[in-house]
Write a protein that binds this ligand. Structure first.
Ligand code: ADP
Length: 163
């Protein structure tokens, strides 16, 4: 079975992320969306909150049961992917700014484990400029982000910012 790990901060998940997930499901039988447990990034949402929103977003997408799993990890991504039986790491590519960082990470991960390939999917042009950081900033300032995030995310963002 073709299995990919889709790792990220997902703080919170956006429609840019779900577009990658949807495209990824064309290529892979099963995708494990893996939330990086990294407190040094000072996330807005806890890992449990982020995982819950991803689960709800997968249901909203209508993903077939068993094809999307939500998990969290820390430590080396290639070790995690190997332990989960994944052959690939799935990443999304947005503007030019993503490219250098992603290339560096993909090369490092290949150096660490030549059996695991990084696969990129180009961002949906509707969400090319959507980033979790920007969505949080707009929501904090009272802007409407309803069209940029899955339905479960907007009320949770509003609650965080007391809106
Ligand atoms: P990280 O901190 O690992 O970059 P993110 O949650 O920001 O975690 O992103 C996870 C993955 O999803 C990355 O590959 C990122 O490029 C991709 N991604 C984020 N936003 C979008 C978007 N709007 N369209 C396509 N891919 C995206």
């Amino acid at each position: 079975m073709s299995v990919a790990v889709y790792p990220g901060s997902f703080d919170p998940i956006t429609k840019g992320h779900t577009a990658i997930l949807k495209s990824g499901l064309v290529a892979f039988e099963r995708i494990i969306v893996a939330v990086l447990n990294n407190e040094s990034k000072q996330p807005l949402f806890s890992v449990a909150e982020r995982m819950e929103m991803i689960q709800l977003a997968a249901e909203e997408m209508g993903a077939e049961p068993g094809r999307v799993e939500v998990d969290s990890f820390d430590g080396l991504l290639v070790d995690y992917a190997g332990s989960r039986g994944a052959q690939c790491i799935l990443r999304g590519l947005r503007a030019v700014a993503d490219f250098e960082y992603e290339l560096q990470m993909a090369n490092m991960n290949r150096h660490l484990n030549t059996d695991i390939e990084t696969v990129f999917i180009m961002a949906d042009d509707a969400y090319f400029y959507v980033a979790s950081t920007l969505v949080k900033e707009v929501a904090r300032l009272g802007g409407n982000v309803a069209e940029l995030v899955p339905a479960a995310v907007q009320p949770r963002l509003l609650a965080k910012f007391d809106k």
